[in-house]
Structures are given as C-alpha cells and as structure tokens.
Design a protein around this ligand. Structure first.
Ligand code: S3P
Length: 175
C-alpha cells in the first residue's frame, strides 16, 4: 500500500470497527486518531474537552493528522469532526484516500442515544434535544464529508461486507 486509507463519517458511523477490519484484510496497521491523542495526552477525549476546551482538542487533532500523514501507510480512523478544517482535509487528501462511511440520520440517532457519555460533543445535550442536535450537526458537516474519494454506505450490513465493498472500490481506483 502506497498511501493511507482515511475513514471519515459522523460519530457512530462505524469508523473504528470497519477500520480495524479493513486494516486486517489489507495486512497493514490500524490507527485510531482519537486513541493516538489520548495516549499522547495521557487523558481521555472527554477530559481534554472538559479541561482544555474544544479548540485545544482541534489543535491536537490537526497536529496528530500532520504527524500520521508522514508515517508508513496505514488505515486511519479519523474523529467525526476532523475534516471540518480545510487544512486537515488538504493534508489528508495529499497523503491518502478518504473514505466516507455514510449512515442515515435515523440510524445515527439510534446508535448514539445509548452511547453519549463517551462522546463529549453530545454528552451534555438533554435527551429531548438530542435528535435535533445530531440532525443539525450532520447537516453542517455533510458538505465536507462529501468531499471524500469514496462513499460507502454502512447502514446495517456486517462490517466484513462493508470491507469487501471498500476493497472492490479500491481495486477500481487502481489503489
Ligand atoms: C468528534 C468525534 C469524536 C472525537 C471527538 C469529536 C466530533 O470521534 O474526535 O469527540 O466532533 O464529531 P468519533 O467520530 O470517532 O466518535
């Protein structure tokens, strides 16, 4: 593999699950960018947001993307907000293929409503406002997500099927 494969998509889109399996299938390393940041900072993403704020986290995220872009090719799961920065998007596109895991709003809401506490962006949102919040944030972000090189639905299929379809698409792209 000559370039990285980056996975983007909203929280709950399945980036880490699909990413791990894709890396295994291609026999390359898997990197979860949030885990890299947590390891370097010796704190959780939740703690970083709480103690240092969102823009501090975004700077760490940008630094981590710059660093990883120069490493040996790997499958990299990005955080859901990682390509809101045009500069991050540019670094990503220059160093790899960007794969968008596309999941419907309803599925995202169902996946996220029981998994809020580990996700600082939605942890504080009152239950009754969660659907509207996710809908708004997704619509703000979808324009950036659509700049990906590959679109992959990840609705309800088994992760291995999703991986197989990514691999087929990569072959078509001569990757
Ligand atoms: C974020 C998504 C998270 C993590 C951070 C911010 C976002 O990653 O980077 O909490 O802005 O959507 P996941 O998409 O892997 O949950």
């Amino acid at each position: 593999m000559k370039k990285h494969l980056y996975l983007i998509g909203f929280m709950g889109a399945g980036k880490s699950t699909v990413g791990k399996l894709l890396a295994e299938t291609l026999n390359v390393a898997f990197v979860d960018l949030d885990s890299v940041i947590e390891r370097e900072q010796q704190s959780t993403i939740g703690e970083i947001f709480q103690q240092k704020g969102a823009s501090f986290f975004r700077q760490l995220e940008t630094d981590a993307i710059h660093n990883i872009s120069q490493e040996k090719p790997a499958v990299i799961a990005l955080g859901g907000g990682a390509i809101q920065s045009e500069n991050n998007l540019k670094v990503i596109k220059e160093s790899g293929i960007l794969i968008y895991l596309n999941v419907s709003l309803l599925t995202l809401i169902n996946r996220l409503k029981n998994d809020r506490l580990n996700r600082p962006i939605i942890a504080q949102i009152p239950h009754e406002e969660l659907n509207a919040f996710i809908e708004n944030l997704l619509s703000e972000r979808v324009g950036q997500y659509k700049k990906a090189d590959l679109f992959v639905p990840n609705e309800s299929k088994e992760p291995i099927k999703v991986v197989e379809s990514i691999v087929k698409d990569l072959v078509k792209l001569n990757f």
